[in-house]
Design a protein around this ligand. Sequence first.
Ligand SMILES: *Cc1c(COP(=O)(O)O)cnc(C)c1O
Length: 326
Amino acid sequence: MHPKIKLHDMYHARKRINQFVRTTPLVPSESLSSICDADVSLKLENLQVTGSFKFRGATNAVRSLTDEQRKNGIVGFSTGNHGRGLAHAARLAGVKCVICMSELVPQNKVEGIRAQGAEVSILGKSQDDAEVEVERLVKEEGMTLLPPFDHADIIAGQGTIALELIEQASQIDSILVPVSGGGLISGIATVLKTVNPDIKVIGVSMERGAAMYECIQAGKPILVEELPTLADSLGGGIGLANQYTFSITRDLVDDIVLVNEGDIAKAIRHAYWQEKQIIEGSGSVGVAALLSKKFKPAGNCVALVSGCNLDMKLHNRIINGENVKV
Ligand SMILES: *Cc1c(COP(=O)(O)O)cnc(C)c1O
């Protein structure tokens, strides 16, 4: 267990965020249970406010700010689900939010963030330029940077999913959790391993650019090349100065399974036709691990479905069987 992040942090987080987040359903999957010969259920965080669990951590972090910090506002540089979660959490709390991004970010992502009420600051041609602006806002305007995963309040917010799960499930033998920077799995593993160390906590990433997996193999945070993938919310590194998620994942997570692009497409398709759920590539990797038999569950297994934000034209092509390349 990490000395600075414990089960009681998730309890406090839950009290803080409960009136703003949805308690998402845990639904048994007949099709996956029969394919895997086990009791498989899906925890549907694709139905969370803003379309992903990131709203939990963002809300916890925003609601944990001091009065002084609230007054000066928050800043982030995520164009994906964390950006959406932050923007919406900040708007609900009446806190100013600036999301910095480069000119390369596609217009639909920019609009997605703006629609949640954030101020978008577009600077330069790369993520590095955007980060320079973030540093300036922190230094000169006293704004608070809320990073996507390596932050105690973010991890505690994501961990509230596991508090719901232990109330919803009569028994959990294993859980499959999508992994990128590791905030989600760190929160969940901290709760579940405290409650019952026998629960197997399994991370799932895509083969193309599995940063946390490579870092665990290397024994320390390293740079990992980012590659195009259907699981685009799982791209990016864990940070060379990682404080929490590397050590928590290394110490508490039983295994990390990797799935390929074909597995991910099949899982999106399966989720739509069999489970009637729209899920993005990153949200589907647990289902992909089960369908591809890269993880073979015994007993009661929960696959966490983490988000639904993908281009619906791409989704349409995938569910209609097209072999898409990203
Ligand atoms: C961010 C994200 C993840 C991974 O979460 P980490 O805390 O970075 O490991 C998984 N799925 C979706 C949909 C996400 O947005």
